[in-house]
Design a protein around this ligand. Sequence first.
Ligand code: BGC
Length: 255
Amino acid sequence: MTLEGKVAIVTGGNSGIGKAVALGLAGAGANIVIDYVANEAATEELERQIVALGDRAIGVDADVSKVADLEQLVAEAVKAFGRVDIMVNNAGIETRTSILDTTEDQYDRVLDINLKSAFFGTQVAAKQMIAQGGGGRIINMTSVHEDWPMPGNTAYCLSKGGMRMLTRTAGVELAPQGVLVVGVGPGAVDTPINAATVADPVALAKLDAAIPIGRLASPEEIASVVVFLAGAGASYLTATTIFADGGIMHSSPGL
Ligand code: BGC
């Protein structure tokens, strides 16, 4: 298997894209570390699914918006598996609130969970990768909205725009140490973050019509990109983003 014996941390790994990423990396042979703040039961169920794939998994009670908890996540990974080869900064939320209405608390939560966690997740994982030697892979789950406005979701867009520059800058800074940093930019994916749209037939039809491929992605269609980026075939990729968006960023309104 392509990732046999590798150790991967997946933040926000117990639901949505993160869960598919954890299972995808495990399917390729990696041992998995997942954080949780809530949903311990979902985390334990996922651990069982990963063990059934023949790998090992641990869940760590950690709030990824806190640097001390991220340090703990890496420490637990090293305690359980001896090293960290792959860090997937995946945890993310959105509020879908207008710039006119977004509260300070909503702003802080979105920026802390999406961007601060990715910044310090990159820092703590890279330190471990450099200390252990042999390089590593850091994969930041961004969005088409790292570069493409989503009116009514400004705090989210600016967190993803920040992750875009984190990926580029950290990718350049850490390349000499063999730590590669790449972003994955999904479009619309069938996960809890889009549950309200998927449940509304009119909104869903409008979204599907805006996507050249004509439908939302499954979480597994994003996870397969992460598995590729974590593997030997992606050894020359850093400081860039791979968009898996069904063409949505480049769709034409029917010119
Ligand atoms: C957002 C979704 C949105 C999708 C496509 C994602 O990053 O989280 O709410 O549907 O981008 O616009």
